[in-house]
Design a protein around this ligand. Structure first.
Ligand code: ZN
Length: 171
């Protein structure tokens, strides 16, 4: 009889322990849920900035011929050179021209402005531009989108604009 009682008691103890364990598990789940929701909040992006990733390579090409952005917001251009050539040989930049700028005329002037990153000094033909980068490099600029309309972007490294140009549309 005494032995049976002990067994019954220990069985009860096991029951209590497993119940307690169950409660603990629920607590942990709740904690995980809370952590997940708070990290989602911190990942929120700035709705007033439109981010555009533009790739350029050793074949003298941008990865797109058209960039579309909404008017009245900021634009963040991330220019990434995916090639291997150094900046002196295969330099790339992003230059956004004003609407009344002639692309080929500007490019001819820019080609002579080697000491100024191939941007003519004191020019009013440029809305925004990045610095010139070589293979494996990345550069970023942020600027206010110009008023709605169609613009031209180029790479102003000598000889590149004829292949490296595209439309920048603000709508
Ligand atoms: Zn280039």
């Amino acid at each position: 009889m005494k032995i049976l009682k002990t067994i019954a008691l220990s069985a009860l103890t096991v029951l209590f322990i497993s119940c307690g364990g169950g409660d603990k598990k629920d607590d942990q789940k709740e904690e995980v849920k809370l952590k997940t929701s708070s990290s989602t909040t911190t990942k929120k992006e700035d709705p007033n900035v439109t981010e555009v990733v533009l790739l350029a390579n050793d074949q003298m090409q941008f990865n797109t011929k058209e960039i579309k952005v909404p008017a009245g917001k900021q634009v963040k251009i991330v220019l990434r050179h995916t090639g291997k050539q150094p900046v002196e040989v295969m330099g790339h930049n992003f230059v956004l021209l004003t609407q009344d700028t002639q692309m080929s005329e500007f490019a001819a002037k820019a080609a002579t402005a080697r000491d100024n990153n191939y941007i003519p000094e004191g020019t009013d033909a440029v809305i925004a531009h990045t610095k010139m980068i070589g293979g494996g490099q990345e550069t970023t600029i942020t600027f206010d989108a110009p008023e709605a309309g169609e613009y031209t972007f180029i790479c102003s490294f000598p000889g590149h604009y004829s292949m490296m140009n595209g439309k920048f549309i603000v709508e």
